[in-house]
Design a protein around this ligand. Sequence first.
Ligand code: ZN
Length: 425
Amino acid sequence: MKELHLHYKRLGTALALVMVLFGSTRAFRHYFSSEQALHQELAEPTAANNSSEPEIQETTLTLGKGGNVHKLLTSFGVSKEAAIQITNAFAQYVPHRNLKSGQNFNVRYKRSEEGVEIESFQSQPSIDQKIIITKADGNYVSKAQLIHLTPVVHVFEGNVHSSFYSAAMKAGVPTKLVQEAVDVLSYVVNFQHGIKAGASFKILCDALRNDKGDIVKIQQLRFVSLQTGGQDHKLFAFTENGKVRFFNEKGESVVRSLLQTPLNATKLCVTSGFGMRRHPILGYNKQHKGVDFGAPSGTPVLAAGEGRVVACGWSGGYGNRVHIRHSGGYETVYAHLKSINKNIRPGAVVSQRQVLGGVGMTGTATGPHLHFEVILNKQHINPMKVQALPSLKLTGGALKKFDSVKSTTQQEMVNFVQTKAVTGL
Ligand SMILES: [Zn+2]
């Protein structure tokens, strides 16, 4: 570092000028290294004579926002003609519009007085393909190389401290897969009051692994389990007629008549977790008539089940409220909404998970939360105690098939844990 500092001082204004001209620290580094080479040449004249060719160097170039391959190359010092050739060769496999900022290119090049000459230019624009451009007989030619991916079964596991979502993210579960697991579990789990800190979860999926051992793509969620406070939810994916649905251990569909968590659960913290102190989150009792879900303002509130809107709008202490009537004598009420979606009107038919509006604090509320009530035959009941009948139970041949899928999945879980113990993967 000291040497660099002295060198920098000695180069003085000339170097500053180069930096201004090239406008990047990378240019500084290249200038610096060729300057160093020059010093070596002066010190060892014989060696310099033998190697009049500039040496091949390697670097990684990254596409900036709104950038393109041509600009990237010319600003690196490549001639316009060569940049056009390389850009066209690259575009044979990857159209320009498919490139995103942040895309890396590995470059081997020579730098001389005439500028930068590219020897090879490589990129991996997708998980299973590498594009390689090389110079042959003065022209640039491109080829695509397929990257071998192995289908594997992968299991993510962890423990919930503040929220299921953050625990899953911490366990390395990709966002889309967390969302899928949350959606499936929302039918049977209250993500705020039904999960105790310390709850454990497992998520098993089909995935693709590259030759370095990294999971590069999740293909299908196959199993999710959540163990909390003596409850053990185990949900298995089962495909029938090309449609994937989730069933509990008994082969009952988890798509119950009412959701246990009628809002986007990714934003929910468990009751005992941190971040909940700002607003009182009430459980069910006779006076309170419902369950409160503390969530950031604007979090989408979902219809707990299919039904018809019987009332919606301002209602005193409830603030903005939506009231839905379902089948089987069930009704649900959603209160303190920040706003109600335009298509939610008295008489409107809503489907399960349809967005009603956003979490707010209208009416009598000290902080943003959803007040959720469930009414059965005109009586308020504890939403967490709703024992709605599963909407579908597998029977006969389908149940046999499901049982076999279930035991395969359980065996895969055991195998994964054993392999992990041996290889430490
Ligand atoms: Zn409440």
